[in-house]
Design a protein around this ligand. Structure first.
Ligand code: THU
Length: 135
């Protein structure tokens, strides 16, 4: 993870709409082109309708016409590692593979990097549902 990726993640975290949890999260994904796409969590008064930062960043990547991500960074507050939630691990899997690095940051910088395979072992992915597999 380079400095530009970390700074963008921290900026995204500052943009979070998190009036209910007060837990601001930023995420950045790097597309295969090298371009960075950022997102923040966007909560809602109807609580379950909120959206995670990783999901917002992935939407930006897709809107730009990219189909693969080669690394991701997540940043949150506090001392604990703010790793992606289960749903976001699966959403990352759609565009990444088990070797893709996921960098977990705190406000001061990188805390720990995982591979997606470590966060989501034995995962189910796009290859499982390829239509042309046995036709
Ligand atoms: N959150 C994220 O944005 N990403 C994660 O991976 C973990 C949780 C958000 C959702 C909610 O707005 C807040 O953090 C507290 O759960």
């Amino acid at each position: 993870m380079d400095e530009a990726m970390f700074r963008l993640a921290r900026q995204a975290m500052a943009r979070a709409h998190a009036p209910y949890s007060k837990f601001r999260v930023g995420a950045v994904v790097r597309g295969q082109s090298g371009t960075l796409y950022a997102g923040c969590n966007v909560e809602n008064a109807a609580y379950p309708e909120g959206c995670c930062a990783e999901t917002a960043a992935i939407a930006q990547l897709v809107m730009a016409g990219e189909t693969r991500l080669i690394e991701a960074a997540v940043i949150g507050p506090g001392d604990a590692l703010v790793t992606p939630c289960g749903g976001c691990r699966q959403r990352l899997r759609e565009f990444a593979d088990e070797a893709t690095p996921i960098h977990i940051c705190g406000p001061d910088g990188l805390r720990r990097s995982f591979t997606l395979g470590e966060l989501l072992p034995a995962s189910f992915g796009p290859d499982h549902v390829r239509q042309d597999r046995d036709e």
